[in-house]
Design a protein around this ligand. Structure first.
Ligand SMILES: [Zn+2]
Length: 438
């Protein structure tokens, strides 16, 4: 959930500056946007040459001096960074002056099923916050309007919801909302006068469906933003049909080095001020217009833990078109990396977003979940050196919390996860005949 942190208030000048800049730069010419990117990237390069052990060593090994970088095109001199390499050499990416940037540790598994700890520093938090604020503004949202965050999560709240008065945010778990309690949740939306909904697309479309079935019409949101998972066509249609407003999707990583936000006209805009996005084909060459490739991301703000040319393992198609909305931020199409299947729980619900289960146990390099029958789940784990005896136990307990005690969890220790198709990785695979309702 986005919220104001006390620390953000300590940087009001930066907040005001970035809010002001982002409101203007979305209409800059491409050349001016590239000039801005180069200014930010230059500073990041200076920092990496001076303060970041991994990059000092990498540049030395490749015989690269700072003078070898004189424009954005020189970015390609840096080798692409894989998540596996980052996991193996994690601490070398921390800057020598790491603590000066007030980093906060964040645990993630993203869409690749590999747990990773990254760090958010104060600068990247300010740019993250103001960028999301800009995205919300595209539909007319004003800061301070109450919002709902709805996901498939385990909420640590006896009441079945959370209200965060600091950011005026209400939090629901779609796992526990059904026709028996929907009126209570509708009352909460009325009580807190919620205008904006954000969350997992599967959670939002299920919520719309239950409200529609119950005939509750007066709690419809003015704005809908989806995040964390690819929004499927049927989900988008059912949400838009019921709410009457466009769904604006958001693609970002916990690594804080790429942000792509969808405007009400449907364009997926790359936030060039946030990070450099390259679309790279599997042979390592840049994709041309209309060609698909992996998203390779270079963060422009996180100095505590910089990641340059980071392979997100997510796919998109490059576009050279301009969006009818008038914003000049470049477009990508067909964001396909985040499409996972779903798992049928012991009590008959379809759930996704299981990544949280891998936050806690250390010692897992990669994981994949396979469901072949209703009450069984095969979990393939690639361990790393930190794997301990209780890792599998912790994981099983977490998964049972989500999927029900009756679900049989079978853990398999493997050298590599078994299922890949066309090089694309899916964290969740469902091979049952029974499929989620459309
Ligand atoms: Zn647009």
């Amino acid at each position: 959930m986005i919220e104001f942190k006390i620390r953000d208030f300590l940087y009001p000048r930066r907040l005001i500056y970035w809010r002001w800049l982002l409101s203007r730069s979305q209409y800059y010419s491409r050349e001016r946007l590239q000039t801005l990117q180069w200014r930010l990237f230059s500073k990041m390069l200076d920092h990496c040459f001076e303060n970041v052990p991994h990059y000092r060593e990498l540049f030395r090994k490749h015989g690269l001096d700072r003078a070898d970088f004189s424009g954005l095109d020189d970015l390609s001199k840096i080798p692409i960074l894989s998540k596996d390499y980052l996991l193996e050499h994690h601490d070398e990416f921390k800057a020598d002056n790491f603590t000066e940037f007030h980093p906060k540790a964040i645990h993630t598994s993203g869409t690749t099923g590999s747990p990773l700890t990254v760090y958010w520093d104060s600068d990247s938090n300010v740019v993250e916050f103001t960028s999301i604020w800009r995205h919300f503004s595209w539909l007319g949202y004003r800061l301070g309007e109450p919002f709902l965050d709805i996901r498939s999560v385990i909420l640590d709240a006896a009441e079945g919801y959370k209200w965060n008065y600091k950011c005026r945010g209400l939090e629901f778990s779609s796992d526990i909302i059904d026709e028996s309690n929907i009126r209570r949740y509708a009352d909460l939306l009325r009580k807190y006068r919620v205008k904006l909904w954000r969350g997992h697309p599967a959670a939002i479309s299920a919520f719309c469906h239950i409200l529609a079935e119950a005939g509750i019409e007066d709690v419809k949101p003015k704005y809908v933003f989806t995040a964390s998972e690819a929004v499927l066509d049927h989900q988008r249609k059912s949400i838009e049909d019921w709410t009457g407003v466009p769904v604006c999707d958001n693609y970002g990583l916990k690594e804080h080095n790429v942000l792509i936000t969808q405007c009400p006209q449907g364009g997926y805009h790359v936030a060039m001020e946030y990070g450099i996005v390259e679309i790279v084909k599997d042979d390592g060459t840049p994709a041309g217009p209309g060609e698909e490739g992996r998203i390779v991301a270079t963060g422009l703000h996180n100095k505590a833990f910089p990641l340059l040319r980071y392979d997100t393992m997510d796919y998109a198609t490059r576009s050279d078109a301009y969006c009818p909305c008038g914003r000049t931020l470049p477009l990508v199409e067909n964001l396909t990396g985040r499409i996972d299947d779903r798992v049928l729980t012991a009590d008959g619900r379809w759930v996704s977003g299981l990544h949280f289960a891998f936050f806690l146990p250390k010692g897992i390099r990669r994981a994949q979940l396979l469901q072949k029958e209703e009450l069984g789940l095969d979990v393939y784990l690639v361990p790393n050196r930190e794997f301990a005896e209780d890792t599998a136990k912790l994981l099983t307990a977490d998964l049972k919390k989500k999927l029900g005690d009756a679900m049989e969890i079978r853990i398999h220790m493997v050298e590599e996860v078994p299922y890949r198709s066309c090089g694309k990785f899916k964290f969740v695979i469902n091979q049952m005949d029974k499929k989620p309702p459309k």
